[in-house]
Design a protein around this ligand. Structure first.
Ligand SMILES: [Zn+2]
Ligand SMILES: [Zn+2]
Length: 258
C-alpha cells in the first residue's frame, strides 16, 4: 500500500466514523459519551498532517505537529502580509477590496501538510477538524456569513469536492456562523496561482468571479479560503461582492503564506 492509499483508506474510515457519530448524536444522546469513546476506539482520530493516531479526537494535529505550527506574525493591517509596517506598500498603492485578513497560522510544516492532504491528498475528512481548529484561532461575529472562494468547476469535478466549501461549512458550525451558498461563482477557469509573481496572480484571477445568484446587498461577508499569499484571489472575489452591494468583506484563511 502506498502512503496515498493509506491516507485515502484512513479518510474513508474517518467518513464512516463521522457518519456513525452523526447517527449516534441524533438517536442516543444519553449514551453519547460512551458511544464517542467506542467510536474513537474503532476509528482512532488521526493527525491531519502526519497521519499518526491522535490521542485527542478534538484536535486535528498530534501534539508534535501542533507544536510545530507557527502563529501568524504581525504585519499589514489590511492584507496580513508579515512585516514591520502597519500598512504594506502594495495596500498603500492599491487598497484591496476586503477590509482585513485573519489566518489560523503561518503556512508551512504540519499546517501545509494538512492543507495539501485536504487539497491534493483526497482527504476531505480533514476539513472538519481543520475548520474547528480555525474557529478557535480567528474572531468571527456571531451569525457571520461565510462565503467560500469557489473552486474551478473542472477541478472540483476532478477532486470530487470543494475544499473551501467544506472548510467554510465546518468553520461556520464551529464559530456560530452560517455558510452562504450561491453568493459567488467562478465564471472562468484559471490556472493555479502557485509559482506566479504578484502581478501575474492578479492578472490570472481577473474576471474569474461573478456575484450571485443570491443577493448580497447590504451584507457583511467573510470570504473563506485555504491559503492566502498575495491575496489576489481574495481581492478579485471581494471586489465582485462589493460591486454587488456587500457592505463589507473580510477574509479568513487556514494559513497565511509569507
Ligand atoms: Zn502529527
Ligand atoms: Zn497589505
Amino acid at each position: 500500500m502506498t502512503s496515498l492509499q493509506v491516507a485515502i483508506a484512513c479518510d474513508a474510515l474517518a467518513h464512516t466514523a463521522a457518519r456513525h457519530r452523526r447517527a449516534l448524536s441524533g438517536a442516543a444522546r444519553r449514551v453519547a459519551p460512551v458511544g464517542e469513546a467506542l467510536l474513537d476506539l474503532l476509528y482512532p482520530p488521526r493527525c491531519a498532517a502526519c497521519g499518526e493516531p491522535s490521542p485527542s479526537g478534538q484536535e486535528p494535529f498530534c501534539a508534535t505537529c501542533a507544536g510545530a505550527i507557527d502563529p501568524v506574525p504581525s504585519g499589514c493591517d489590511r492584507c496580513g502580509l508579515p512585516g514591520p509596517d502597519r500598512r504594506c506598500g502594495h495596500c498603500h498603492a492599491a487598497p484591496p477590496a476586503f477590509a482585513g485578513v485573519q489566518a489560523g497560522g503561518l503556512y508551512g510544516g504540519p499546517l501545509a501538510d494538512a492543507i495539501q492532504a485536504l487539497k491534493y491528498g483526497g482527504r476531505p475528512a480533514v476539513a472538519r477538524p481543520l475548520g474547528r481548529w480555525l474557529a478557535a484561532r480567528v474572531a468571527l461575529p456571531q451569525g457571520a456569513l461565510l462565503v467560500p472562494i469557489p473552486l474551478a468547476r473542472r477541478r472540483r469535478i476532478a477532486r470530487g469536492y470543494d475544499q473551501a466549501a467544506l472548510l467554510a461549512g465546518h468553520l461556520a458550525r464551529a464559530a456560530g456562523g452560517r455558510r452562504l451558498a450561491g453568493a459567488l461563482r467562478r465564471v472562468r477557469e484559471t490556472p493555479p496561482q502557485v509559482g506566479r509573481t504578484r502581478a501575474e496572480r492578479a492578472r490570472n484571477v481577473a474576471g474569474a468571479f461573478a456575484a450571485g445568484p443570491r443577493p448580497v446587498a447590504g451584507l457583511d461577508l467573510v470570504l473563506v479560503d485555504d491559503v492566502v499569499t498575495t491575496a489576489a484571489t481574495a481581492d478579485a472575489a471581494a471586489a465582485v461582492l462589493r460591486a454587488a452591494g456587500a457592505r463589507s468583506v473580510t477574509v479568513v484563511a487556514v494559513a497565511r503564506a509569507e
